[in-house]
Write a protein that binds this ligand. Structure first.
Ligand code: PSU
Ligand code: MN
Length: 308
């Protein structure tokens, strides 16, 4: 039986690239609506798209707009979304809800992976992924991003996990689920705003072509699922770990005092840290997303080369 169609739309630029077999990089939108404040969020989103274009690859920012799953947003739609902080934050559980009910929703890493797979896009750049939260052994707060990485064959480039998460537990869950974690150009896993986490990376590669070869080999062996590429923030943009740890601890205490739970936890912590660092964390955040977009573009180009 054919699946019934659902509202799906491609930007002209993405449609043309996919038709021509040109490399495309998916970009998420929760970072725009829930990860950064206006107007820095729009500036970030546009800048990141331009970084992808600078490599001869095409950006596909993904979101649900009034019930249509958009693969690539025209600039006016991108701006409108950036001005909609009350957009739904949609993950695997509610991506189809937003589509079915005609709502507007920003996609998390998990939902963006699903959309990328629908479109045949194999690489995706973000800032940080969701993971296992501190205290997950009692409140079970583990992001759906981890399950998605286990089941959907898309390479996700991030700057590591933020220490607002329990990074050792996040690594354990990824290992259990069979998700490769590859740090680019370093032995130590990065921690988002900081280049160092104190944890050894499970795998290391130094060339985007090797990342492409690794993922292609997994596919050839029928090993389905995504891959997490951790790309350390450039040195000149980082905020050292010792300094970040202080802000993170304070934000976590406040979240506990205020009884924040569920989907609100990550956005709450990010907003608190932004306020505490007087916007410096935002500058670092923008720099690392751009750096990840560049890496994703290089991997997408490598995947496109014959024989990779
Ligand atoms: N982590 C960040 N910045 C983000 C997010 C996570 O450092 O913006 C967003 C991503 O879209 C991610 C989502 O997929 O939050 C995870 O949310 P949750 O923990 O509720 O699954
Ligand atoms: Mn959660």
């Amino acid at each position: 039986m054919n699946k019934p169609p659902f509202p799906l739309s491609y930007s002209d630029e993405v449609r043309a690239a996919l038709d021509a077999g040109k490399p495309v990089v998916a970009l998420e939108s929760t970072i725009i609506t829930h990860g950064m404040p206006w107007p820095g969020n729009l500036e970030m989103a546009r800048g990141v798209e331009d970084v992808v274009r600078s490599q001869g690859t095409v950006p596909a920012t993904i979101a649900v707009i009034d019930g249509t799953l958009n693969i690539g947003l025209e600039d006016a739609a991108l701006e409108a979304l950036a001005r909609t902080p009350d957009a739904l934050k949609v993950s695997r559980a509610d991506l189809a809800f937003a589509v079915a009910m005609g709502r507007t929703g920003a996609t998390t890493v998990a939902a963006t992976m699903i959309a990328a797979q629908i479109a045949g896009i194999r690489v995706f750049a973000t800032g940080g992924i969701g993971g296992v939260h501190h205290g997950a052994e009692t409140d079970f707060d583990i992001s759906a991003d981890l399950d998605e990485l286990a089941r959907t064959s898309v390479i996700v480039v991030c700057a590591g996990a933020k220490a607002i998460l329990d990074i050792p537990k996040t690594l354990e869950v990824l290992e259990t689920k069979g998700v490769p974690v590859v740090t680019f150009g370093a032995d130590e896993l990065p921690a988002f705003w900081s280049r160092r986490s104190g944890l050894e990376s499970p795998l290391r590669l130094d060339d985007p072509a090797d990342i492409a070869r690794f993922q292609n080999t997994r596919a050839a062996m029928d090993i389905s699922g995504g891959m997490l590429v951790a790309n350390p923030v450039p040195q000149e943009d980082e905020i050292p770990r010792e300094e970040m740890d202080i802000y993170i601890r304070r934000a976590l205490d406040k979240a506990a005092d205020d009884g924040i739970s569920g989907k609100s936890v990550t956005p709450f912590l990010l907003a608190e840290i932004l306020a505490m660092t007087d916007g410096r964390s935002l500058e670092t955040n923008i720099a690392l997303v751009r750096n990840n977009a560049l890496m994703a573009a290089r991997i997408a180009a490598a995947l496109n080369e014959k024989g990779a």
